[in-house]
Write a new protein. Structure first.
Length: 176
């Protein structure tokens, strides 16, 4: 999701200490002339079972909030010359300022593993890049509404099992 990429960009920019150091991957935009990082969301997995909360209940409808934990797998590619940004990104996820930023934005750090000499795909000039596989947790929240059944009318015939005769049904249920 776009919000996950933007949050990861904020984390990377803070770790490196350079504003707008990272960019979303595969945007076909102009490439920066200096060092930069690309961020891409590869996969999202639901972890555990979702939890449903009743937010508002009336006779006509019920509003629910659904919350579930998601595990995100991100790819960070870095084009640089001196390796300092890569070292900061690889080792900076447990800094106190990054933990505070993650806490305020709702993300949790799982791990950051290096990917050696990742190629710069979709580029005109191919070059080796340092890459990282980043895993994060985030809580997804969705709101939904279900209309309540306020009245019901059942009419017809009921045939009990093994009986030759039927029972007539005429049932009305009203919540009001």
């Amino acid at each position: 999701m776009k919000v996950d990429i933007q949050a990861t960009q904020a984390f990377v920019d803070t770790i490196v200490g350079i504003p707008k150091f990272s960019y979303p991957a595969n945007q076909n935009g102009p490439r920066p002339k200096t060092e930069f990082a690309t961020v891409k969301l590869l996969e999202e997995y639901q972890v555990g079972l979702p939890v449903h909360f009743i937010v508002n209940a009336t006779t006509d409808f019920t509003d629910y909030r659904l919350e579930h934990m998601a595990k995100l797998r991100m790819r960070i590619g870095i084009k640089e010359t001196d390796g300092i940004a890569s070292a900061k990104i690889h080792n900076g996820w447990t800094r106190e300022d990054i933990k505070a930023l993650m806490f305020s934005s709702g993300y949790g750090f799982i791990g950051c593993e290096p990917i050696s000499l990742e190629d710069a795909k979709l580029e005109k000039v191919w070059e080796p890049r340092q890459g990282f596989a980043l895993e994060l947790y985030v809580t997804r929240t969705y709101l939904y509404t279900i209309d309540n059944i306020t009245s019901m009318e059942i009419s017809g015939e009921f045939y009990p099992k093994g009986a030759d005769d039927f029972l007539p049904l005429d049932l009305q249920i009203n919540n009001t």
